[in-house]
Design a binder for this molecule. Structure first.
Ligand code: 5AD
Ligand code: SF4
Length: 475
């Protein structure tokens, strides 16, 4: 990386950069996929900032463009490829532009991606976010095309302790672990994110404390499988996930606590107890079931049965009656029959989730399931997905309708999207209930008061339920 000093360059706040500070550059990152990637993008910006980079939304202005990619289903991968094609012409106008791919596709494809895409300069996996400055040095300095996708060994992996950004959001994510040691047969994650590595609990607590001190009110603890938190750590003071939740819950000033994602196997009693015991832990649990058929669950290597899963749901609801549940469903897994799909539908009808995420099975190279014949035709997958979504639509609608007339605690996050389209004199704000539903409500007396609501708990009476959000007024 060039490190010319230029006193006319300015820092993020418009202040002149100190002598010796690298010249100002712009980075444009496009993020695909899950929350983990969103979080990695934050880390990318964090490691680049001391090197004089500022984020930009405009790819044409950027000196560095990164696609932070997802490979969990094939669509995400195709999206990345077409996006790369769209960005390629920018290189003709800017010799200095570096184009890179990060995230799960990068991890999986590595070198091959450089071969496939001739105008690509840089490919790096999630373990190498911290090395980005030196990787860029190699690309810029020696005009190399660089691919770095080796996994750190578990014991060598070090988390970058996250400093709070200059301006924190009301609701922030804190990564507590990376990787996944489960062996679900359809899933690419263990190949792209490697083995489970947990972040030191003191580091997690410090990160949350700093965010809260800077104004954050709600924190979501993040990992591919948070319930196995700590299993890879040694020492007598290593907390289980439930114990970690208890430590974070005790942080003064924190209003709400959430976590994602969980594997049902590890959702054991001490975790379930947290939902009734902890002040901040929100009544919302995302518990991916994937299928309602025992045969399919076995082939997916999910290591629980339909009945075992339903027992956990019953326990959760007994401990925490108002808890909102959501799940992930895969339709069209190899060999899935019509009857087996019916079992998924009946499970959905029985649990009555508040919301679901449903996907068509997508064969991922290298996984166990890829060795089975992808036997369900695309058309049938499409039709099954439509049936699952139609059933859930009805349930979701009924569940949302039930909120009408209720008075709820809403943590206000900011102006609602309609406000940015210009609602006249009354400002629309948006926030979330503890059960993770978006609520829009107007605040009287314009912008000044609207801003003061951000980060506050509002009491809102729901007047109307739409399919994805609620509308109400201050109680
Ligand atoms: N095909 C379809 N859906 C998948 N998921 C993960 N891998 C695949 C795949 N190969 C879904 C699962 C998981 C969610 C994050 O993505 O439902 O819970
Ligand atoms: Fe993939 Fe299963 Fe791990 Fe989730 S628990 S990331 S589905 S292997």
């Amino acid at each position: 990386m060039t490190t010319t000093t230029n006193l006319f360059q300015t820092g993020p706040g418009g202040e002149p950069l100190a002598a010796g500070t690298p010249r100002r550059r712009f980075v444009h990152v496009q993020t695909f996929g899950c929350q983990m990637n969103v979080n990695d993008t934050d880390r990318i910006l964090q490691v680049l900032t001391p090197f004089g980079y500022a984020a930009t939304d405009d790819p044409a202005q950027a000196d560095l463009i990164l696609l932070n990619t997802c490979s969990v289903r094939d669509k995400a991968e195709q999206k990345m490829m077409s996006q790369l094609g769209r960005l390629a012409p920018l290189k003709e106008y800017n010799d200095d532009l570096v184009l890179g791919v990060a995230g799960c596709v990068a991890q999986q494809e590595g070198e091959r991606l450089l071969q496939k895409v001739p105008y690509l300069d840089l490919v790096f996996g999630p373990d190498h976010v911290g090395d980005l400055p030196s990787l860029l040095d190699r690309v810029r300095g020696s005009k190399e095309r660089v691919s770095e996708t080796t996994f750190f060994k578990r014991k060598d992996y070090a988390f970058i302790e996250a400093e709070p950004p200059a301006e924190v959001r009301v609701s922030e994510f804190v990564t507590i672990m990376k990787g996944c040691d489960k062996v679900c047969s359809f899933c690419i994650v263990p190949f792209t994110r490697g083995r489970e590595v947990s972040k030191d609990a003191d580091m997690v607590v410090r990160e949350v404390e700093r965010l809260v001190a800077a104004g954050t009110r709600e924190v979501t603890l993040l990992g591919q499988n948070v319930n196995s938190y700590g299993k890879d750590l040694r020492g007598d003071r290593v907390p289980t996930f439930a114990q970690l939740l208890r430590r974070v819950d005790a942080i003064p000033g924190l209003e709400r606590l959430r976590f994602t994602t969980s594997h049902p196997m590890d959702a054991i009693d001490d975790l379930i107890a947290c939902f009734s015991d902890l002040r901040t832990l929100c009544e919302y649990f995302h518990l991916p079931v994937q299928s309602g058929s025992d045969r399919v669950l076995r082939a997916m290597r999910r290591s629980y049965t339909r009945e075992g899963y339903l027992e956990k749901v019953a326990k959760l609801r007994a401990r925490c009656p108002g808890i909102a549940l959501s799940t992930d469903i895969i339709v069209g897994f190899p060999g899935e029959t019509d009857e087996e799909l019916e079992e998924t539908l009946s499970l959905l009808a029985e649990v009555r989730y508040d919301s679901i995420f449903a996907f068509k099975y997508s064969e991922r190279p290298g996984t166990k399931a890829a060795e089975m014949e992808d036997s369900v035709p695309e058309e049938v997958k499409r039709e099954r997905l439509a049936r699952v979504l139609a059933l859930q639509d009805e349930v979701t609608r009924a569940r949302m309708k039930a909120y009408e007339g209720e008075t709820l605690e809403v943590l206000v996050e900011g102006p609602s999207r309609m406000a940015s389209k210009g609602v006249a004199d009354r400002w629309q704000m948006m926030g979330r209930t503890r059960t993770n539903i978006i609520v829009n409500f107007p605040v009287p007396m314009g912008e000044f008061w609207a801003k003061r609501w951000i980060g506050q708990l509002a009491t809102v009476t729901v007047e109307e339920a739409k399919s994805n959000s609620l509308f109400g007024r201050l109680a």
